[in-house]
Design a protein around this ligand. Structure first.
Ligand SMILES: Cc1ncc(C[n+]2csc(CCOP(=O)(O)OP(=O)(O)O)c2C)c(N)n1
Ligand SMILES: [Mg+2]
Length: 545
């Protein structure tokens, strides 16, 4: 058995059933031979981003695995890797690697030299007998601790060599979970119950740990409102009375008020990182910070109590301690009616925009139609970078875990299409919809062909405004003199040309029926693009951020 065949065997032993890829790697053939389905994209970035979506849908129980070739294939992967790294998503990345003799010779690309800043780990295969150890370390990294891309660079000549018979004993590593100490849990509960205006700040760790039931129970027991980060959106049902909604740069009225006014914040399954796409915890709060990664505690947000551990186990311990301190019945502080009042005021401001009859369509009307015409529990919805994200995150109602994929600490335009293909691959029973601009489409539109060809039907709702509303008034001289930042395309027709169905929409009343039609077409196996003529709406629920 050669090295590549052995790696295929190990993947099979680890329960891998699908692998995204482009365009060439000996593993594509060997994986097929052992019953792993290769799903071919139109570029490496798309294949990686689909692996990312696949992992998110499986919450660390199965991993997206992606293979590409050495040289240009590896070089073209940076965007997908950076995105998974930014959001801590565990994926296994298997690029080809130059033969040993050429590895460190200029200008040959080395994944280990170039990817170390955007990956959790990068290993090379230097001898055939080492493969079992390299792969065991890779699966240990995938299953434990913080997420992120885990890379094994498949050195071409080494992987083509025979693996010695005594080096074929691969041992699969297990996931080990930890909980904070009993005293830290007691202190955290005391601090929370004594607070005047506490809130919970829930991140994607809640989804990864499948801790939504515990989060819901803990919030109800303590009567504490719940905000979710963009990445944590759908970890807490936004229809519940204690839901403050989600936020990136843009957020909801209730989230904005509680983030400003709260005195104690309990972060659960969140890195509490700060960048342009996160809300920032204002100074002067008491912070209790649960995360799986001790490096995140006191990284960007100073904290008072660190609770290092799995979000589910930590919430279970917190629930037990709350019951010990105030009894099984919990408490009622009347906070739900205060949230409802703030929400009503915020929605009164946005309702006319969400119901706008303008044509070209207002992006908020488009979100409203998506909200009204989807079976939320059986859908997976996502935004794309730029304006579409900021419009969508506060206003789409997320319900069950993974019914929304919030992404983008680094915010790669066009992520939505391959992300939804990966989600569909993970759960074909779901209706998968991405909401993106025409600029975003330019980055990944050709992956529509992969969706159509591979039988992974998704729906793209494209805001076709002929430019980039994200940069209103930007570069006036360059625009006037050189026509920069405007774009054209008949995206419905292009979709048809790639084996999908294009549905043009130019009036608001056409959109609801188009979404219903798209659902039906997806059920019949057809990939759909709804090409919505939209306007340059620039209002965002930013609250001055
Ligand atoms: C790979 C990459 N390059 C650049 C950006 C910066 N960026 C954010 S939004 C945006 C333009 C989005 O245009 P479009 O998708 O048409 O949405 P609109 O702003 O028109 O709603 C760009 C270039 C990015 N997010 N990703
Ligand atoms: Mg645009």
């Amino acid at each position: 058995m050669n090295g590549t065949e052995f790696i295929a065997q190990i993947l099979k032993q680890e329960g891998v059933t699908e692998m995204t890829c482009f365009p060439s790697n000996a593993l594509i053939e060997e994986a097929s031979k052992v019953g792993i389905r290769p799903v071919m994209f139109r570029h490496e970035r798309g294949a990686i981003m689909a692996a990312d979506g696949y992992s998110r849908m499986h919450n660390g129980n199965k991993f997206g695995v992606v293979a590409m070739q050495h040289a240009a294939g590896a070089e073209n992967s940076m965007g997908g890797l950076s995105q998974a790294f930014g959001d801590n998503v565990p994926i296994l990345v298997l690029p080809g690697g130059y033969p040993l003799e050429q590895r460190h010779v200029r200008p040959n690309f080395s994944a280990r030299d170039n990817w170390s800043g955007v990956t959790k780990s990068v290993q090379t295969i230097d001898t055939p007998s080492q493969i079992k150890d390299v792969m065991r370390r890779a699966f240990q990294a995938l299953r434990n601790g913080n997420g992120g891309p885990v890379v094994v660079e498949m050195t071409l000549d080494i992987c083509a060599m025979e693996v010695p018979a005594d080096a074929l004993d691969y041992k699969s590593p297990i996931a080990s979970k930890s909980v904070p100490s009993k005293t830290d849990i007691q202190d955290a509960v005391k601090m929370l119950l004594a607070a005047d205006r506490p809130m919970i700040w829930a991140g994607s760790g809640v989804l990864m740990a499948q801790a939504s039931p515990e989060l819901t129970e803990f919030a109800a027991l303590t009567d504490i409102p719940v905000f979710t980060t963009m990445e944590g959106k759908s970890g807490y049902d936004e229809r519940l009375p204690l839901a403050l909604g989600a936020g990136s740069g843009a957020t909801t009225g209730p989230a904005y008020e509680w983030i400003n006014e709260s005195d104690v914040i309990l972060g659960i399954g969140t890195s509490l990182s700060n960048n342009s796409y996160t809300r920032k915890v204002p100074a002067g709060k008491k912070i209790i910070h649960n995360t799986i990664n001790n490096e995140d505690v006191n990284k960007g947000t100073p904290s008072d109590i660190g609770l290092i551990g799995d979000a589910k186990l930590t919430l279970q311990a917190l629930i037990e301690e709350v019951k010990a301190q105030i009894g099984d019945g919990g408490r009622d502080t009347g906070v739900a009616s205060r949230i409802a009042a703030v929400k009503e005021k915020w929605m009164a401001e946005w309702s006319p925009i969400l119901n706008s009859d303008e044509a070209p369509l207002n992006p908020y009307r488009v979100i409203n139609e998506i909200n009204k015409n989807l079976d939320h529990e059986n859908s997976v919805v996502t935004h794309d970078a730029g304006g579409p994200r900021d419009c969508m995150v506060p206003f789409y109602t997320a319900t069950t875990p993974n019914s929304y994929i919030g992404w983008g600490k680094t915010t790669h335009l066009g992520f939505g299409i391959p992300l939804m293909i990966g989600a569909k691959l993970a759960d074909p029973s779901k209706f998968c919809l991405n909401y993106m601009g025409d600029g975003a489409w330019g980055m990944s539109g050709t992956d529509t062909a992969a969706a159509a060809r591979m039988g992974l039907p998704i729906t793209t709702v494209l805001l076709n405004n002929g430019g980039m509303a994200t940069y209103p008034g930007g570069f006036p001289t360059a625009r006037e003199q050189h026509d920069v930042s405007f774009m054209d395309g008949d995206y419905a027709k292009i979709t048809e040309g790639m084996g999908g169905v294009g549905l043009p929409v130019s009036k608001p009343e056409e959109l609801g029926p188009a979404i219903l039609k798209a659902r039906q077409l997806n059920d019949e196996g057809k990939t759909v693009l709804i090409d919505v003529k939209s306007n340059y709406e620039s209002r965002k629920s930013f609250f001055g951020k």
